[in-house]
Design a protein around this ligand. Structure first.
Ligand code: SF4
Ligand code: SF4
Length: 162
């Protein structure tokens, strides 16, 4: 199992929690939270338990928030068994030029503190150890989800398939 990047101090994330709140339920949300996808994902993509999203209103914005986010401490109730996409963030699985890639999400305020060397090393690990565990059916379904997503602010880093 790929561990968290974990060079991100917990206190930094507790001040932010941007990546546990979402604009839409099927946009850059954990794949395991999506009804038609979660059940066909391999174990490494699943959380224990799997996350569900709940609607919240924050200031004047209607958002979706992961139900596993513990609001009193701003920590994850599923940690360290949270889904793969949560564990690898701010690396993100995106569609780039029609193929699945790993990218770095510059919307994460900590992304500028992560070295290119660290990101490439982690991306290689994900490509070799995690991505191949997807069945052909799950891969196809996941790609149909990626086709609907915007990768605004995400810089492509490494193709997942060569
Ligand atoms: S967006 Fe980045 S800094 Fe903010 S909670 Fe997520 S990983 Fe931490
Ligand atoms: S499972 Fe944990 S890390 Fe992932 S979105 Fe939910 S609260 Fe955040």
């Amino acid at each position: 199992m790929t561990e968290d990047l974990l060079t991100i101090p917990q206190s930094f994330c507790q001040e932010c929690r941007l990546c546990c709140r979402f604009l839409e339920p099927d946009r850059q949300t954990p794949f395991a939270s999506r009804p038609d996808l979660g059940s066909i994902l391999p174990e490494n993509f699943q959380g224990a338990p799997n996350p569900e999203l709940i609607p919240v209103r924050i200031e004047e914005f209607d958002l979706w928030q992961c139900a596993l986010l513990e609001e009193s401490s701003w920590s994850c109730r599923s940690w360290p068994k949270h889904p793969l996409d949560c564990r690898i963030y701010p690396l993100l699985i995106i569609l780039h030029e029609g193929s699945p890639w790993l990218g770095i999400d510059t919307n994460c305020p900590f992304s500028i503190h992560l070295s290119q060397e660290t990101l490439h090393e982690k991306a290689e690990t994900i490509r070799h150890n995690e991505w191949p565990q997807l069945s052909a059916q799950a891969r196809t379904k996941l790609i149909t989800h990626l086709e609907k997503e915007s990768a605004e602010g995400v810089l492509p880093l490494l193709p997942l398939e060569t």
